[in-house]
Design a protein around this ligand. Structure first.
Ligand code: G6P
Length: 367
């Protein structure tokens, strides 16, 4: 039957509020509660011996893949090649047969991703797809499907499916690391605990609605916005910029914070707000000094931080949003939610058609 908005203004707002539930449901599928270990379905290949992984997707799913690359390399020590599907398809990369092809898609129908899947299959690569719609074209053509348990997503701009994709990829990185013998059991317990904390930690984000709406007032006045992040949070800056473009029609660009000095620093003045994702992870100090550089040139800093970073951030930020502190490993999952919420609030202020933005489709079935 038809899915209602349950009193929310838009499907996107409703789906944003489903993040904690969806992350919890996805974890239930991936983690055995008795052993607190990640459990994958039976695979027709061995994660211990795949020589490398190649990841591809489109849109937000591509940013999930970028975070996934960070985890697979950092935690599982598996070399990863990555590209958007419309490029991967024609790149003809040299691949050892038996490599792992990792496809990410909410719909399982995106034409570019499906074409990339077929191009990879021709190279005798094992196909593992992370899909929300488990009865889809991509599901039928994959060797294994890991389901994101996000439920139907109506809003054209993806929200809850994105954090569910990240959750699955984090679990996959843990399982891969274990099978490759590079994760000791104590570390595994630490990472699994961090994941299991997420449903309650992410539920706390919604107390920051007013702070996010205040930030949205500044962003809604801008013509251009710069998003910054580093490491596994750089793809989250990209997700924030994409969401803003998609639904508010404000131009936004994401940059790796350390790269700002090689170009976009010349754009900085009071008219270009800088949205930074800066919780207290290992890269906090480096990113903070990048932001101080931007502030010294007149930049207005709007910063998403956490309880441990809040005091130092408050000294430089024009506005900040203080989120719950979580383990570095899962920080991109939590930090994805407020950047999506910011884009939503800006779009509401601008009065755009939030759920059906112009020129965009939920599932793009043309190349
Ligand atoms: C469209 C949607 C995006 C989505 C992308 C990939 O562009 O507007 O929100 O991220 O397609 O879709 P998929 O179904 O493959 O995840």
């Amino acid at each position: 039957g038809a899915i209602g908005k349950d009193g929310y203004r838009h499907y996107m707002e409703k789906e944003l509020h489903e993040h904690p539930l969806v992350i919890g449901q996805t974890l239930q599928r991936m983690i055995d509660p008795a052993t607190r270990r990640v459990v994958l379905p039976e695979l027709p290949f061995d994660l211990a011996t795949v020589p490398r992984a190649v990841m591809t997707a489109c849109g937000s799913a591509f940013y999930a893949a970028m975070v996934g690359r960070y985890w697979l390399e950092e935690v599982a020590r598996l070399p990863v090649d990555i590209d958007v599907a419309s490029e991967m398809r024609y790149r003809n990369p040299p691949l050892t047969p038996g490599s792992l092809g990792l496809l990410i898609s909410q719909s399982g129908e995106t034409a570019d991703t499906l074409a990339a899947l077929r191009a990879l299959r021709e190279k005798s690569v094992h196909i593992l797809s992370v899909l929300n719609v488990e009865h889809s074209s991509m599901a039928r053509e994959s060797d294994v499907v890991l389901g994101t348990v996000a439920g139907p997503e109506i809003s054209v701009a993806s929200t809850k499916a994105f954090t569910a994709q990240l959750t699955v990829l984090a679990c996959l990185a843990i399982a891969t690391a274990r099978s490759r013998g590079v994760l000791d059991p104590l570390k595994e317990e630490e990472l699994v605990s961090a994941l299991l904390d997420l449903p309650s930690r992410t539920a706390e984000i919604f107390k920051q609605g007013e702070a996010i709406r205040n930030m949205a007032k500044i962003v809604a006045e801008a013509r251009d916005v710069l998003y910054l992040g580093r490491g596994s949070l750089f793809p989250i800056a990209m997700e924030g910029a994409l969401k803003l473009k998609e639904i508010s029609y404000i131009h936004a660009e994401a940059y790796a914070a350390g790269e700002m000095k090689h170009g976009p620093i010349s754009l900085i003045d009071r008219s270009v707000p800088i949205v930074a994702t800066l919780p207290s992870t290992a890269l906090f100090d480096k990113t903070l000094s990048n932001l101080q550089e931007a502030k010294a040139r007149g930049g207005r800093l709007l910063i998403f931080t956490d309880t441990e970073g809040a005091e130092r951030v408050s000294k430089i930020a024009e506005q900040s949003v203080v989120l719950p502190h979580v383990h570095d490993f899962v920080s991109p999952i939590l930090q994805a939610i407020p950047v999506q919420m910011l884009a939503y609030e800006v779009a509401v202020l601008k009065g755009t058609d939030v759920d059906q933005p112009r020129n965009l489709a939920k599932s793009v079935t043309v190349e």
